[in-house]
Design a protein around this ligand. Structure first.
Ligand code: GLN
Length: 309
C-alpha cells in the first residue's frame, strides 16, 4: 500500500507553490470571486482511511461534478430508458456547445455535457415539483457523502440563473424536440441549483466511494447501485467526464473522472480509492488545471491508473 499521507502532503506542498494556476471561471459571476490560490486534495479508501491535504475542508461549488450523481439517480428512476433521451458517446465539443445538438436532432451526446445533464435533470423532475426533485438530489448527496450538513449555495445558483443564457438556449432547443418534458424554467432551476451544491474535497471523495467499490458504499454499509451500473457510470466518466479534454485526461491520469467549472475533479480508482481534488483555476477546456496535474502525480506514485503502472 502506498504511503498516501506522504504522497498527498507532497502534492499539496508542490501545488501550493506553483505559479501556473489557470483562470477561474468568469461566466458565472459568483465563481469569478473565488481565490485562485486554493488547493485541496482528499483520498479515501474502502476502510474509510482518509489522506487529506491543503484546503481539503474548504467548500467549493461542485458544478458539473453533480452530474455524476444526477445520472445515478435518473438511472435508478427510469433505468435504460434514459438512453432514449441522451447518448453516451464523447462529444469532442465544449461543455456548452449548441451546434452539435442541432445536427443530432436535440439528443445530447452524453449525460455530462450541459445539454445532456439538463435532459437528465428533466427526467428526475418529471412527476415532481422542482422543490421535491431538488430535495431528492440534495438528500442523495448528503447520504453518499455521509454528511447532512451539505447545502446549496443560493448565491451561486442565482448568479447562474441570471446569466445562464446558453443553458436556456440548449434547454429550449431540446424542448422543441420533446427531449425536455417539463417547463424549461423548472428544469433549469433544478439544474442550476444542483450545480450550486457546495462541498469539500473530503465530502466529495466520500460521495464517490460507491463508484470505486462496485456500487457498494463501504461507509454507508450497503449498496447504492449494482456493480454493473457502477462500472458503466465509471466508463462514461472516463470517456466523457472532461468534455473535449476527456482523451487527454485519460492519457495523462488514466482514471474515470468528472470535472466541474468550480475547479473540482472527482476521480475513481476502482477497488483502491475515491479521490477529490480542487483548484479553481481552469484550463482552456474548463477543467481544473492544477487538479489534473495533481492527479497525474498521484497516479504516478500510486500506480493506480486503470491502464497499468
Ligand atoms: N453549471 C455550469 C454550467 O451549466 C456547469 C458547467 C461545468 O461545470 N462544466 O455552465
Amino acid at each position: 500500500m502506498p504511503d498516501l499521507d506522504r504522497i498527498v502532503q507532497d502534492i499539496a506542498a508542490e501545488m501550493r507553490a506553483r505559479p501556473d494556476r489557470g483562470a477561474v471561471a468568469s461566466y458565472i459571476p459568483e465563481l469569478a470571486r473565488v481565490d485562485a490560490q486554493g488547493f485541496g486534495l482528499a483520498v479515501i479508501d474502502g476502510d474509510g482511511r482518509i489522506a487529506a491535504g491543503g484546503d481539503a475542508d474548504t467548500p467549493f461549488s461542485i458544478q458539473s461534478i453533480s452530474k455524476v450523481f444526477t445520472l445515478t439517480l435518473a438511472l435508478g428512476m427510469v433505468g435504460d430508458r434514459l438512453w432514449r433521451r441522451v447518448g453516451r458517446e464523447p462529444s469532442g465539443s465544449p461543455f456548452n456547445s449548441i451546434v452539435q445538438l442541432e445536427r443530432e436532432n436535440g439528443i445530447p451526446r452524453n449525460p455530462f455535457i450541459n445539454a445532456g445533464a439538463i435532459a437528465v435533470t428533466d427526467v428526475i423532475l418529471s412527476g415532481h415539483q422542482p422543490r421535491e426533485a431538488l430535495g431528492e438530489i440534495l438528500r442523495f448527496m448528503q447520504f453518499v457523502a455521509q454528511d447532512d450538513s451539505i447545502t446549496i449555495d443560493e448565491r451561486v445558483a442565482a448568479s447562474e440563473k441570471r446569466t445562464g443564457f446558453r443553458n436556456a438556449a440548449l434547454a429550449n432547443y431540446m424542448r422543441s424536440f420533446d427531449v425536455i418534458e417539463n417547463p424549461v424554467d423548472y428544469t433549469l432551476g433544478v439544474y442550476f441549483h444542483h450545480c450550486a451544491i457546495a462541498m469539500t474535497c473530503r465530502q466529495l471523495a466520500t460521495a464517490g466511494l460507491f463508484l470505486a467499490y462496485s456500487g457498494h458504499h463501504p461507509l454507508a454499509g450497503h449498496s447504492v447501485i449494482s456493480g454493473e451500473r457502477a462500472r458503466r457510470i465509471n466508463a462514461i466518466m472516463l470517456t466523457c467526464g472532461h468534455y473535449d479534454g476527456s482523451g487527454d485526461f485519460a492519457y495523462r491520469v488514466g482514471l474515470p473522472g468528472k470535472s466541474g467549472v468550480g475547479g473540482g475533479i472527482l476521480a475513481v480508482a476502482p477497488g483502491k480509492a475515491s479521490i477529490c481534488v480542487w483548484s479553481p483555476g481552469l484550463d482552456a477546456a474548463g477543467n481544473s488545471h492544477l487538479g489534473r496535474i495533481a492527479l497525474e502525480m498521484l497516479v504516478k506514485r500510486t500506480g493506480w491508473s486503470i491502464f497499468g503502472v
